[in-house]
Design a protein around this ligand. Structure first.
Ligand code: ZN
Length: 184
């Protein structure tokens, strides 16, 4: 009898996989040149793992255990977010990372700003970092952990990519010294 049960379960899983696959195609147009947000998010998550490894952190297992979801809009307690990590009942950051794909958030951001947004949320979920609103003398934000990341401003991009290394260093080590460009 166990064999029959197994076959029924396998058939059910096959059907379920087919349904999920179908609904996925339905939501994301395969002809579209715009990359599926979840697919791109996973590329930034892989990059986060590489950046962590390069800095001597062993976080792959923790990153792989994340639960990542995307939705059109993210509104929590009447406030709109581009990315969000819910807290556990104990008040710690959970391993659930949520992203909004609407314009004003993911839909309007460059690929570099997508990276900043994903790294910010992983700063909460993986590194247990809180927000940091500090600014440098030149007016640049000190940290990727600046609140409201994802809303229309960029920390680095094609025009100032030399800033990227500092911001990722600072993400993994809050005591990273201020970079040269921050003094100007
Ligand atoms: Zn945040």
């Amino acid at each position: 009898m166990k064999g029959i049960n197994y076959r029924v379960t396998a058939l059910y899983l096959l059907l379920l996989a087919g349904l999920l696959n179908f609904s996925h195609c339905d939501v994301f147009d395969k002809e579209s040149k715009v990359q599926d947000p979840l697919e791109e998010i996973m590329e930034h998550v892989e990059q986060f793992k590489k950046e962590a490894t390069q800095r001597g952190f062993k976080l792959d297992a923790k990153v792989d255990a994340l639960e990542i979801s995307v939705q059109k809009r993210l509104v929590v307690d009447d406030e709109e977010y581009c990315g969000y990590v819910p807290l556990t009942p104990a008040g710690l950051y959970s391993n659930h990372v949520m992203f909004a794909t609407n314009s004003g958030c993911w839909g309007d951001l460059s690929r570099w700003s997508h990276e900043v947004l994903v790294f910010h949320e992983l700063g909460h979920a993986i590194l247990d970092r809180a927000h940091n609103e500090d600014m440098f003398p030149n007016g640049a934000w000190v940290s990727i952990m600046k609140r409201r990341t994802g809303f229309g401003y960029t920390l680095y991009g094609d025009s100032n990519l030399e800033r990227r290394e500092y911001y990722i260093d600072e993400l993994f080590d809050e005591n990273t010294p201020a970079p040269e460009w921050a003094q100007q």
